[in-house]
Design a protein around this ligand. Structure first.
Ligand code: UTP
Length: 468
């Protein structure tokens, strides 16, 4: 659309304020603002504003909310042996790709740069991106087939992310297997529903949520690329959790054998009101109900033995069929994931052209979440993993889910793996009294570690030791 067409469109939807400084802008500024507006679905703005900004959407909870029956962590059921084999076969046949979503803003951590750059491991301070790259390299080697790796970024971190990979020679990964693509951006709205400017030549934009990945996979051509490579399943994970098993043959095998279009891992909640989404069956459909939406009496409901009835926490690890994403995003299909509304402090340029930094929330940001696709999937399943094995995200600068707790959990897991391989671990106040790091290139899980001939049989108190 030309600027004239955009101007008319903006007038018709009551958003012409975003061109308020147009006449003052130089060529570069005009191009920037125009391209932001061209990338946006302006026709959708009025209903979004009405539904999600001016009015707070009423969360329509299902009438019937029941707990989900998740596949257990381990089982002697022959299905588990078959699933493990199927998962390994899928990897050998090159039918699995890794999918990392790394387009978020990481505001809570407050790190100046893409979160994947954050030095996270206890001894080598490896960045998150390297932890994933090394796991994927190891799995590629194990299965005899390299694993394509799709990485979603956003306008706020795409350039720096690519530069970081270049600077580190892709951490040894074959660069032809790595494909970056960008997700969409959404404007922030003032409480009156007007789109805000962050500068005279720029809308106040932020990434459209990890749910935007489905659209972005299609739009960027990544989906087509997957089809061309014969990829059938994506192993989906987030950038903030270095404990994640980026590839898990058992999980992938269960997902494939059950005909699930979208599968998820769950862990037992730490307590009734833990701030994680809850896997539930709502009116017969598997879905995630956010902690803030699950009625407290249900969240606190227990079985006779005191265990929680709604105990399946969501940790944002999924397996998705490529054909599912293809179906959801096919031309003419209206992918209707709901938008989640958050009131935030968003700096903006006022009508006089002055940059205002608000002290309290002044704007509404909208995001879509990938787990809202689960009810759209056929035969979705949930598989149980263990918190200590697979979940310790770096969300906050300090306190819970911080670099400190994540480092502690990496050491605990390494100690457990080593102990399962017969290595003596010194303990103090119930914590390993040592600093241990196991490179994914050395061992990708406890079972793998058991196959190694370990020279170290005993770790001494206070020792720092890297297995690489
Ligand atoms: P979070 O929900 O933790 O959001 O993202 P965030 O933006 O990274 O961090 P805060 O809330 O500002 O502190 C969970 C995962 O989803 C990705 C993130 O990069 C992270 O891997 N994500 C989130 C996206 O890829 N795009 C988004 O729009 C939002």
């Amino acid at each position: 659309m030309s600027i004239e067409q955009i101007r008319q469109k903006l007038e018709s939807i009551g958003q012409s304020q975003v061109l308020r400084f147009w006449d003052e802008l130089d060529e570069t500024g005009r191009e920037k603002l125009l391209s932001q507006l061209q990338a946006m679905d302006l026709d959708a703005i009025p209903s979004l504003v009405d539904e999600y900004v001016i009015h707070k959407p009423r969360i329509a909870l299902p009438d019937q909310i029941e707990p989900v029956k998740a596949y257990p962590w381990e089982s002697s059921d022959p299905l588990y042996r078959q699933a493990r084999e199927r998962g390994q076969q899928l990897l050998r046949d090159g039918k699995v790709a890794a999918f990392l979503v790394a387009g978020g803003q990481g505001t809570r951590l407050g790190y100046d740069g893409p979160k994947g750059e954050y030095p996270v491991t206890p001894i080598k301070s490896k960045p998150l991106f390297q932890v994933f790259a090394e796991q994927l390299l190891a799995w590629g080697k194990c299965s005899g087939h390299p694993i394509p790796w799709y990485i979603m970024t956003s306008d706020i971190n795409d350039g720096p992310t690519r530069t970081f990979f270049e600077k580190h020679q892709y951490f040894g990964y074959d660069r032809s297997l790595v494909r970056f693509f960008q997700q969409g951006m959404m404007p922030a709205f003032g409480m009156d529903g007007k789109m805000l400017l962050s500068a005279k030549d720029s809308l106040a934009l932020s990434p459209d949520g990890h749910g935007g990945s489905l659209r972005a996979l299609r739009k960027s051509g990544a989906l087509e690329d997957m089809t061309r490579r014969g990829i059938e399943h994506l192993s989906y994970f987030q950038v903030d959790n270095p404990l994640v098993h980026v590839i898990d043959p058992l999980f992938l095998g269960l997902h494939d054998l059950t005909g699930s279009e979208m599968s998820s891992k769950t862990i037992s909640k730490a307590h009734a009101l833990e701030k994680v989404g809850n896997f539930c069956i709502g009116d017969g459909k598997l879905q995630v109900i956010e902690y803030s939406d699950l009625p407290e009496d249900l969240a606190k409901k227990t079985h006779g033995d005191g265990s929680l009835v709604f105990n399946a926490g969501s940790i944002a690890i999924h397996a998705l069929r490529v054909s599912f994403i293809d179906r959801l995003t096919a031309a003419g299909t209206d992918l209707k994931l709901i938008w989640h509304r958050a009131e935030k402090k968003v700096p903006y340029v006022d009508p006089q052209g002055t940059l205002v930094k608000p002290e309290s929330p002044n704007a509404v940001k909208l995001e879509q979440f990938v787990f809202d696709a689960i009810p759209l999937a056929n035969n979705p399943i949930v598989y149980t993993t263990l918190r200590e094995e697979e979940f310790s995200p770096v969300k906050n600068a300090e306190g819970a889910d911080s670099p400190t707790t994540c480092r502690r959990d990496q050491i605990r897991r390494a100690a457990r793996w080593l102990s399962e391989s017969g290595v003596h671990i010194p303990m103090k106040d119930s914590e390993p009294d040592c600093v241990i790091e196991i490179s994914p290139l050395f061992a990708i899980n406890s079972e793998h570690l058991k196959t190694k001939d370990l020279l170290v049989k005993k770790i001494v108190p206070g020792q720092r030791i890297y297995f690489g």
